[in-house]
Design a protein around this ligand. Sequence first.
Ligand code: GAL
Length: 644
Amino acid sequence: MQRSLGTCYYPEHWPKEVWADDARRMADAGLTWVRIGEFAWKRIEPSEGEFEFDWLDEAIDVLGKAGLKVVLGTPTATPPKWVLDKYPDMLAVDIEGRPRRFGSRRHYCFSHQGYIEQCRDIVTRLAKRYGSNPYVQAWQIDNEYGCHDTSLSYSDAARRGFQEWLRSQFPGHNNNGDIQALNKAWGNVFWSMDYAYFEDIDLPNLTVTEPNPAHVLAFRHYTSDQIVGFNQAQLEIIKRHSQVPVTHNYMGRITDFDHFKMGSEMDFASWDSYPLGFLEDRVGATIEDQKHYARQGHPDFQAFHHDLYRAVGKGRWWVMEQQPGPVNWAPYNPAPLDGMVRLWTWEAFAHGAEAVCFFRWRQAPFAQEQMHAGLLRPDSVAATGLKEAQQVAQELASAPTVSPNQASVAIIFDYAADAAWDIQPHGQGLSYFGLVFDCYCALRKLGLSIDFLSAESRDFSAYKLVLAPGMMHMPNDLKQALAESESQVILGPRSAARDTHMTIPTPLPPDLLPGLDVKVTAVQSLRPDLPTPLSKVGAIIGYQESLESNAEVVLSSTDGHKVAVKHSNMLYLGAWLDQLGFMNLFESCCTAVGVSTVHMPEGVRRRLTGHEEFWFNYNPQAIETILGKINPADFIKKEFLEKP
Ligand code: GAL
């Protein structure tokens, strides 16, 4: 597969007269792809049933004739005012019961049937008109589901949809719903919460104190299914009229719907990478790291999503939007260190991206994103990002293809577990994403390349080490497949801790018998500033379980508690460890199964492709490594014949 570059362009923002020059400059810069259309509903359909396609026909033609390939977005993230006038109740409702307002974007509820019909209509018209246009070479559906906290909606439409969805989950004998089965599964005897009818079940917001975790989890699953269904409706329409691949652009650390479910039907995954935008409030980095990496971004956050979305895309993925300079929406919006735009782009390619597109072509002098850099300044002069993009375009000539890497280490990522932790973190700041990310960072500090797997995976034969940290519910056949695999498996903390309705199972978790004999008899969360030292190196932070076990103890705390136990290929870890603790444990597991590790210098990360080894320096200063000196915001690439 070729590696290529692209950009996001809004022909409707600029006079027609500049389109041809823009297109020529994009092609001259070495860009291949141009994504358009994803917010242009009002320009395409100014009022209901009145269509203006001429400008879009012309824009696609101009771009295509310049040699660019178009990614056409469906504009359903920005319903115009007339759609809202037609369906005043289509707005999403926030957790406080307030309808969101018109005046920005993503102001719709995934459960509103009228809105879904309206989307079907515009998408059908676009797909029919452009489905076989030779310049349209890919489609993007909607834009960043879940962004701006828009997944969960507490609307009337959502309540009705939720009640019917629950009935289908508890069908009973006659498929009419068995409300007693729901009451039992949720434990509604507690606080007299039993329902008589499905119609009695409200949404889990505005309750006096916390709602039943089972109720909230069900609503999270319902919402995820709605989002996947919303996407599926558009996908089916596009597929009827077009042969070219279809994607959605996912976001960084938005986990409130099941991306694997959505991705299983799509041709490739893509995501929007804003390394500096994410640094302060999505990464969870310490203040020291936020300062140290202020102009570079966190060394693991982009890579984590590259690896995750590679799995969501079944191996095929892009960066659909890449920050080219300062953004406008983070707490602080510094300019990237010179070289970082190039580094981020190459890092994406090293993780297997087929394309990296820069957001956006020209900085808009008007409206919400006027403080957001583009490849061009508002006066059309090249901004810093363009020079780095051009440099990558030239460098691609000597490394044009993506060659996939088979990692030795895999982590199972489970969106349902993320929801479960969110509902019941048990301690301030604890999250599933945070736990998996901490494990990922520790593995990367050991120089390892990592694959993610979905919770549906049952074949682990490609991996020597498989981790499933924090996977709150684990079906028995998954436990069995892991136990029977040839891989070294690390479970815990909190793996298999709940059934599908957030109930603590008995026998007590993780219930791995007849394999590993271990029982979690109690759990506690800890203040982050009160770590418990481990007897080897590192410490327990945040979360700790009491383990009852006759198996071999591989890790214990200085206060005499069992922290990790092992039998055969199964290891259970009953705590959230700091980086030293995780690295030490993972390294000993790697050594035992013959996976070689390298202690990476601070802020330097390694990534293997099928025939290349990359070392990326995220530091603002040069670093000496065993491969040589790497300048700040730079990388070393080495070709190899045999995998290191
Ligand atoms: C993304 C979004 C773009 C633009 C960009 C600004 O989240 O998809 O439309 O808003 O952020 O950084």
